[in-house]
Design a protein around this ligand. Structure first.
Ligand code: ATP
Ligand code: ZN
Length: 220
């Protein structure tokens, strides 16, 4: 079930912060990318490989289910969609897409650690990761899940604090928020399906992984 017509499939983000670097990695690994006549699928012309271009949120599931053999996704997304079933396996960190999931608070809130969040409402796009962080700290708090614009939640009184991805901190600053504890340090990772590909494609998969590893290590 992992491939269609004897081709490997690699899931990459279609557009967004990981899209360009993911394509660069594929190209640097020696795969010649040609745009297909549909947006969803790019073909590799020198190997039987297709790139499936999707939203990053869908990548862990596609790879866990074996719909794709490999995928490139942020650890933050991988962690958030992790469930009890068979999961995609992390092959290696890729050294790009670095960001940190952080607790951030507005001026009025005294923050002395996670316990300061006890009984409060916290807005985030990562409810599962935040819940685990709070549980580990023994903190009970309400979580409001927002798909985007999490940083405006305190101003709108939707939440007392937020848990959001930060890279430079400029967005937090622009919204008068201060970064506090780190919930997760993240970067893009290469993931692979828990089941092997079609028999004839294992060697190709291994060689793609090896070439990507070479590219990543050469970038230090
Ligand atoms: P999609 O349309 O694919 O769902 P998205 O809006 O969820 O895209 P992007 O903003 O493109 O996602 O971010 C993709 C990934 O890039 C994030 O999940 C994260 O791993 C990484 N990333 C790196 N820096 C940042 C940042 N400053 N803010 C958000 N994500 C970042
Ligand atoms: Zn997304």
């Amino acid at each position: 079930m992992s491939t269609v017509q004897g081709r490997l499939r690699i899931a990459v983000q279609k557009s967004g912060r990981l899209a360009e670097r993911s394509l660069d990695l594929v190209r640097d690994a020696g795969l010649r990318v040609v745009k297909g006549n549909n947006d969803l699928l790019y073909r590799i012309e020198n190997y039987p490989i297709d790139l499936l271009r999707v939203r990053d949120d869908d990548i862990p599931t596609f790879v866990a289910d074996g719909v794709c053999d490999l995928g490139i996704v942020g650890e933050n997304v991988l962690e958030e969609v992790r469930n009890g079933g068979p999961n995609a396996e992390v092959v290696m960190p890729l050294g790009f897409g670095r960001c940190t999931l952080k607790i951030a608070t507005p001026p009025g809130l005294d923050y002395a650690g996670p316990s300061s969040l006890q009984g409060l409402r916290i807005a985030t796009s990562y409810p599962k990761i935040l819940r685990r962080f709070l549980n580990e700290a023994g903190v009970q708090a309400e979580i409001v899940t927002m798909r985007g614009a999490v940083e405006v939640a305190p101003r709108l009184k939707l939440a007392a604090a937020i848990c959001d991805l930060v890279s430079t901190g400029a967005t937090l600053e622009a919204n008068g928020l201060t970064a506090r504890d780190t919930v997760l340090d993240s970067q893009a990772v290469l993931i692979k399906a828990p089941t092997p590909p079609e028999a004839g494609l294992q060697h190709l998969l291994d060689s793609v992984v090896e070439r990507m590893a070479g590219v990543v290590s050469s970038q230090g």
